[in-house]
Ligand binder design. Structure first.
Ligand code: ZN
Length: 198
């Protein structure tokens, strides 16, 4: 890319590191950015920087949030004794969209996958166990019904049972291998209502 000035080449190179952006798209985007009004470029770059700086894990449930504690954990209207364990923030959003669940969540940020070398220490499991030392009545395991999701559910149930806290698993209404985010609200609600004791 010697025919471009080094600043243009740098911009193209940085853009091409993003997922789904090939060399051609990176070039097109770079020239588009250069042609944009300066204020617009500033808004774009500052929104990226502030999102990166301010979004972090909720100190309580580990979901992605911009406050110290997320709005769900901070709400007095939620039942803090009922914790639903999900794999990621998108799964949490899927349940929130139904608007029928009154408990709180715990976001693992993944599932264990021994074949890929992802073990219990690589997800937010320790943080869940710390929460269980408080006043908790029920842990609802809502990990996906994939192999990894099931293995994670089994591990969590094994760890929670000795504490005497009720452990349940969302029902089989959720298709095997299905990602929670893509499942319709009726199926999700049925899965929650029909949860089974582990
Ligand atoms: Zn939270």
């Amino acid at each position: 890319m010697d025919y471009y000035s080094s600043q243009i080449s740098n911009l193209i190179e940085e853009l091409s590191r993003l997922p789904g952006i090939g060399a051609k798209t990176a070039q097109r985007l770079a020239f588009h950015i250069i042609s944009m009004p300066e204020e617009q470029v500033e808004r774009l770059s500052s929104s990226m920087i502030s999102a990166k700086k301010n979004i972090h894990y909720c100190k309580c449930c580990c979901t992605l949030t911009d406050g110290e504690i997320c709005p769900i954990c901070a709400s007095a209207k939620r039942n803090h004794k009922m914790i639903m364990v999900v794999e990621n923030t998108r799964d949490l959003a899927a349940y929130e969209k139904i608007g029928k669940y009154e408990g709180v969540y715990h976001v693992l940020h993944g599932a264990i996958a021994p074949m890929l070398g992802i073990g219990p220490a690589d997800i937010k499991l320790k943080e869940l166990l710390v929460r269980l030392e408080g006043d908790v009545d029920e842990v609802i395991i809502a990990t996906n019904s994939s192999l990894e999701g099931e293995a994670t559910a089994m591990l969590i149930s094994k760890l929670v049972k000795p504490t005497g806290i009720r452990v349940t698993r969302i029902a089989n209404g959720v298709p095997v291998g299905g990602d929670l985010e893509y499942i319709d609200e009726v199926t999700l609600l049925r899965a929650l209502d029909g949860r089974i004791e582990l």
